[in-house]
Design a protein around this ligand. Structure first.
Ligand SMILES: Nc1nc2c(ncn2[C@@H]2O[C@H](COP(=O)(O)OP(=O)(O)OP(=O)(O)O)[C@@H](O)[C@H]2O)c(=O)[nH]1
Ligand SMILES: [Mg+2]
Length: 425
């Protein structure tokens, strides 16, 4: 739920530049992620260094600098550009006196606030618990007890460890419980998917970086080609607007039908646990006949974004589905559009009808490539077959003969197999 009155938390973002090419871009993106989490970035602190300090991530002097800047500006939270090890996180918290949120925890927070469906909520909860598990620690007072000893240090440490063990076990228990719940939901989703597969309607899945325009394309196509009951989906200029998968059926003017799915977008350094948890959401893409990768062509970093998308797809095991590239938001560039490049690339704007038409042409070429065009003679006594053909196939020509209706039809292989007996030789 979004409310208008939102308290905005001031934060500092901090990153280690170890010479990686995309450092600046990843820091800009980190700021955007913070904004998406209702935070205001007050300052950015970088450190150029060969490798992270194993104990504190930043070097000693930098930790002090961060503490001073945070102190001077009354900033309670620091966000780091990389995921930190449990001990780095703890030491940095102690060294700066601030709450430390690493990139992974930030993304998890965003996902947790955005998750709407039961499935997405479970997926995020599992990923959060997995993130927390190795970061559990004895409380500060317990650690103090251990250090000061208090005469019976051994016993105290023993008690602390037991509490920690207990917390771990509780979390592990919760994880397996949530996994089971998710598996039950998955089962019903799988059944739905199987039903769709049986109906032999080809499917295409929109994939790509977050904020590229996937949902906008989905809505553009639903408005043009969806039946009245097919609802539009949420689209917004913010990272991770979509977390759930939506599937819509589209019927083109030539009666060709296909299912289109819209799903969660990707971002660089997407936490592994999150990718793992979202596998079932992404199953829709894994089972598609065609992937439509949407790219924000107006973003100077679109190439890195494509790379991240391709890498993430590989990571979740989606490797051999044909893919078309949609270079979107061309209206925000100087580039001419809509244009078709080769068989599998288009430059378009999701907000322009001519663009959507061009995209549909390309989708059609892929999804319906083994459609058959043939001529059928349907006896007048089989009027229901003519009605079926009218509704489900593309009728190119109709002639009435003395012994029945002669139709030149373009149709799916499945229909051809069933109705081939009417074929006119
Ligand atoms: N100018 C312009 N804006 C676009 C175009 N396509 C999408 N947008 C805008 O880009 C923003 C993000 O669009 P979405 O469709 O929500 O993006 P998404 O890929 O679904 O993003 P996530 O759900 O976060 O993964 C919205 O503000 C859209 O209005 C386009 O072709 N041109
Ligand atoms: Mg979306």
């Amino acid at each position: 739920m979004e409310t208008n009155i939102q308290t905005v938390e001031p934060v500092i973002i901090a990153g280690l530049n170890t010479g990686q090419e995309d450092f600046d871009y990843s820091m800009v993106e980190l700021a955007e992620l913070a904004q998406a989490n209702h935070m205001e970035v007050i300052d950015r602190i970088d450190q150029v260094i060969d490798r992270p300090n194993p104990a504190t991530y930043f070097g000693k002097g930098k930790v002090e600098e961060i503490r001073d800047v945070a102190d001077a500006n009354h900033i309670p939270t620091i966000i780091t550009n990389d995921e930190l090890s449990p001990s780095q996180l703890r030491n940095l918290e102690e060294g700066t006196g601030c709450r430390i949120l690493d990139r992974t925890a930030l993304i998890l927070e965003i996902f947790a606030t955005r998750a709407q469906s039961k499935e997405a909520k479970l997926q995020v909860q599992i990923a959060e618990l997995q993130y927390r598990l190795p970061r559990l620690q004895t409380s500060a007072s317990e650690r103090l007890d251990q250090q000061t000893g208090g005469g019976s240090g051994f016993t105290n440490r023993g008690a602390g460890e037991t509490k920690l063990e207990m917390d771990r076990r509780t979390i592990q228990h919760q994880i397996s419980h949530l996994r089971q719940e998710l598996a039950d939901i998955d089962k019903s989703e799988q059944t739905k998917r199987k039903q769709r597969a049986k109906s032999a309607i080809p499917t295409a899945a929109l994939v790509g970086y977050t904020n590229a325009g996937k949902s906008t394309i989905m809505n553009g196509l639903v408005r043009r080609y969806g039946a009245a009951e097919e609802k539009t989906v949420f689209e917004k200029n913010m990272l991770f607007a979509t977390l759930d998968t939506s599937v819509r059926q589209l019927t083109l003017p030539d009666q060709k039908r296909f299912l289109l799915s819209d799903t969660v977008g990707f971002v660089s350094k997407l936490p592994t646990h999150l990718v793992e948890s979202f596998k079932s959401t992404l199953a829709e893409a894994a089972n598609a006949d065609l992937l439509i990768q949407v790219i924000d062509y107006s973003d100077p970093h679109y190439k890195e974004m494509m790379e991240t998308t391709n890498e993430t797809l590989k990571q979740i095991g989606i490797t051999d589905i044909p893919m078309i590239n949609v270079f979107n938001k061309a209206d925000k560039t100087e580039i001419e559009f809509p244009i078709l490049e080769g068989d599998d690339q288009v430059v378009i704007s999701a907000k322009q009808d001519a663009s959507l038409d061009l995209l549909v042409d390309v989708i059609k070429k892929h999804l319906f490539k083994d459609y058959v065009t043939t001529t059928l003679l349907i006896p007048f006594t089989d009027g229901h077959i003519v009605s079926y053909l009218n509704e489900h196939t593309n009728i190119l020509e109709t002639k009435y003969e003395s012994n029945g209706t002669l139709l030149t039809v373009e149709m799916s292989v499945q229909d051809y197999q069933r109705l081939g007996k009417y074929e006119k030789n």
